[in-house]
Ligand binder design. Structure first.
Ligand code: ADP
Length: 457
């Protein structure tokens, strides 16, 4: 292009010089016509030499500019890094030398930018939070996979895709539109149906580049946080509810006694017995809550060092603990085969598990019923089975009996001094021992709880 400008300029100059020389010739020959011929020859020779020089200059100039052009175009090519430019002592040579001096710095700058870009992309891609950037026309300029998954879009999302095609949720579109119009940061909570109804905390803000305007949003999944918050609230409500009943009974019977029932020989003992039973219940609730809290905090803190636990002695001790309750209810305790196996965990906790299960099997049994316990070592695992001939558990309640405070028959459980926390503790302990628990039950026939824990050695 540049060569072409110079070529035109030189050609024009050449034509003008030729015209001027011919005009001078004509002027000189006007007074002496004999001069025409020699003047024309001299002009011809001058023009010929001038033309030749111009041609040679243009050829060299074109070659040098072509070399500079191709060097500049391959400046970022690592293979061309060692290439030398022929540099003369003229202006073009100066230009070539400064280009050569600049080349490594430009290459380094571009490499740094590439590295920085790759680093940022890797960070954004590995983020759990969804990241979305749009331009002023609500076209996606960047989004990571977490965002694409949250809105149910196909991965990878190509830059330039309209956000409207990607997101069907009007809430998110409104947020981005709002930021683009007001240019202000905003915070929202959104539930996205495309993300299996997960709830997100959306932080959106303007994104201003040197020549562009857009918006950026970060989506933080708070579904689990909300669930935990709900669980916590339910738990507090349940605990207060559980405490209220025995406290009300204690208060009621104490007031009755103070109001004169103390002298009522026929009833006063019964009232005191009720107060004692309710106080025992309160104490049971408190100790079960303490156990649950300890088990749950072990999830965060370091659990106590597991020890080898002898299954036989634990099972025998648990049977001894529920012996008297079984006798009172007329339930037979049958000890089946107990293998001399060991498991890893806490002896105290495993005994608590067996006592809870045996106690339930006795409590929810019928007079003259039976509770059978066995512990066998099978295929590297200890399988402890507690079977009863009790009332059974309705199939619709089976999946929920391990939840805190869940009881099939609330009145019956309370009457038996139950807290509704026993099975929740059982599941916690077994899971901490890397084991599992299953339950099979038939209404009116009985229930069977099977614990499987990895055997030691
Ligand atoms: P609870 O203190 O009421 O015994 P658990 O958590 O130990 O609480 O048990 C939860 C509920 O599961 C009980 O209230 C009862 O309805 C049912 N359940 C547990 N074990 C048995 C069983 N062996 N037979 C019948 N129902 C049972």
């Amino acid at each position: 292009m540049r060569t072409r400008v110079i070529r035109t300029f030189l050609t024009l100059g050449f034509v003008l010089a030729a015209a001027a020389l011919l005009a001078l010739d004509a002027y000189a020959a006007g007074s002496n016509p004999a001069l025409w011929y020699p003047l024309l020859v001299i002009t011809g020779v001058i023009l010929l030499l001038g033309g030749l020089l111009t041609f040679l200059f243009l050829r060299t100039f074109s070659r040098q500019t072509a070399e500079l052009k191709s060097y500049a175009e391959r400046l970022l090519d690592p293979l061309a890094s060692g290439e030398q430019l022929p540099a003369g002592k003229d202006d073009l040579g100066d230009l070539a030398r400064s280009l050569q001096r600049m080349a490594p710095r430009i290459r380094e700058l571009v490499e740094n930018l590439k590295l920085e870009n790759a680093r940022r992309e890797a960070i954004l891609a590995s983020m759990i939070e969804g990241v979305l950037a749009v331009d002023k026309d609500l076209r996606v300029t960047f989004c990571n996979n977490s965002f694409a998954r949250a809105v149910g879009a196909r991965i990878p999302v190509h830059p330039g895709a309209p956000l409207l095609e990607l997101v069907r949720d009007p809430g998110l579109l409104e947020i981005m539109n709002g930021v683009l119009t007001t240019g202000e940061r905003s915070e929202h909570r959104l539930t996205l149906p495309a993300a299996a109804d997960h709830t997100f905390e959306v932080l959106a803000g303007p994104l201003a580049g040197p020549s562009t305007r857009g918006a950026l949003a970060i989506l933080h999944d708070v579904t689990e946080l909300e669930r935990l918050e709900r669980v916590r609230k339910d738990f507090v409500a349940n605990v207060s509810h559980e405490l209220r009943t025995p406290l009300a009974a204690i208060r009621g019977y104490a007031e009755t006694l103070l109001d004169g029932a103390l002298q009522d020989e026929k009833h006063n003992r019964k009232f005191v017995e009720i107060i004692e039973a309710q106080a025992t219940r309160l104490s049971n609730i408190a100790s079960d809550l303490l156990t649950i809290s300890e088990l749950e905090s072990n999830g965060n803190a370091r659990p106590p060092q597991p020890q080898p636990v002898p299954v036989r002695s634990v099972a025998e001790s648990a049977l001894r603990t529920v012996e008297s309750a079984a006798r009172v209810r007329g339930v037979h305790l049958v000890c089946g085969q107990i293998d001399d196996a060991f498991v890893l965990g806490s002896e105290l906790r495993l005994e608590q598990v067996l006592v809870n299960l045996l106690d339930n099997a006795v409590k929810f049994n019928r007079p003259n019923g039976e509770v059978h316990l066995e512990a066998l070592e099978v295929d590297g695992a200890v399988r402890i089975t507690i079977r009863d001939t009790g009332i059974g558990i309705p199939s619709e309640d089976l999946p929920r009996i391990f939840e805190r405070f869940y009881r099939v028959d609330k009145a019956r459980s309370r009457e038996m001094g139950g807290t509704g926390l026993g099975l929740s503790i059982v599941r916690h302990v077994i899971e901490q021992m890397n084991g599992s628990i299953k339950v099979y039950s038939q209404l009116g026939v009985g229930s069977e709880f099977i614990i499987t824990i990895p055997a030691l050695g």
